[in-house]
Design a protein around this ligand. Structure first.
Ligand code: FES
Length: 242
């Protein structure tokens, strides 16, 4: 099992401690200050339920899957170049943590929670204002592409560096999905790194979640065993990108 995506957590003013997420069961921090939560280890599969092979992911395509809850969308992208490693990030409460790297043979595969940390914009079956913008596509949010953009207020996040904020209204990175890349080339989600917005999201979008997931209980169900992924173009009717 290749586990390049080990994370490190930096406690304020303390020595960096390497933590293997697969060894953590439960919260690393208390519920209001947690920076890493291990969730059910979940295999990423295609719409037919067949395990996705990391080496078969198309480059610079937005794939969407829901994790760790049935209604919380995440973006999976195979970047054109290897990601940075050991990126120090800062949560909006000032706490520092480290995103280790992407996974896959070339360290190009990343996944982030696609709920904007500014005002919770996220992909729905109707539309998506948040997505990875390929290197050759222009965006108004940042002078270079190859970044994740939330077009609601033009926030840009560095896809190759733990979704660090590059510009716009957002004040903290998107939460990262911690991935494992297995020896058989399959991909697994194992936890969430960064200050998540899940509870705010459930509260703010109660009516929509009721509509799309037949009630909030379904929407808040934890994903387990497998998570289906499709291209964003198949998930949302309308992609809005500035
Ligand atoms: S909601 Fe994403 S930038 Fe404002």
């Amino acid at each position: 099992m290749e586990r390049r995506n080990f994370l490190k957590v930096v406690a304020a003013g303390a020595t960096i401690v390497a933590v293997n997420p697969s060894l953590i069961r439960g919260n690393l921090y208390a519920s209001d200050g947690q920076l890493y939560v291990a969730y059910e280890k979940t295999q990423i599969v295609d719409a037919a339920g067949i395990p996705i092979k990391a080496s078969k992911l198309e480059t610079e395509v937005n794939y969407i899957f829901n994790y760790p809850y049935a209604s919380t969308p995440c973006i999976l992208v195979n970047l054109p170049k290897p990601t940075q490693q050991d990126v120090e990030l800062t949560a909006e409460n000032g706490e520092k943590y480290v995103w280790k790297s992407g996974v896959g043979k070339e360290r190009t595969i990343v996944a982030y929670v696609a709920i904007c940390t500014h005002q919770l914009t996220h992909p729905t079956p109707n539309d998506s204002f948040i997505m990875y913008v390929p290197e050759k596509t222009k965006t108004m949010a940042y002078d270079k592409s190859g970044v994740i953009v939330c077009s609601s207020h033009l926030s840009a996040f560095d896809a190759k560096a733990g979704a660090k904020v590059l510009g716009g209204a957002a004040t903290q990175p998107l939460s990262a999905v911690i991935l494992e890349h297995a020896a058989d080339d399959t991909l697994w989600a194992v936890g969430i790194l960064g200050m998540d917005k899940f509870q705010d999201y459930f509260k703010a979008f109660k009516p929509e979640l009721k509509q799309f997931y037949n009630g909030t209980a379904e929407a808040k169900k934890l994903v387990s065993i497998s998570a289906k992924t499709v291209k964003l173009t198949e998930f949302s009717n309308d992609l809005i990108q500035y």
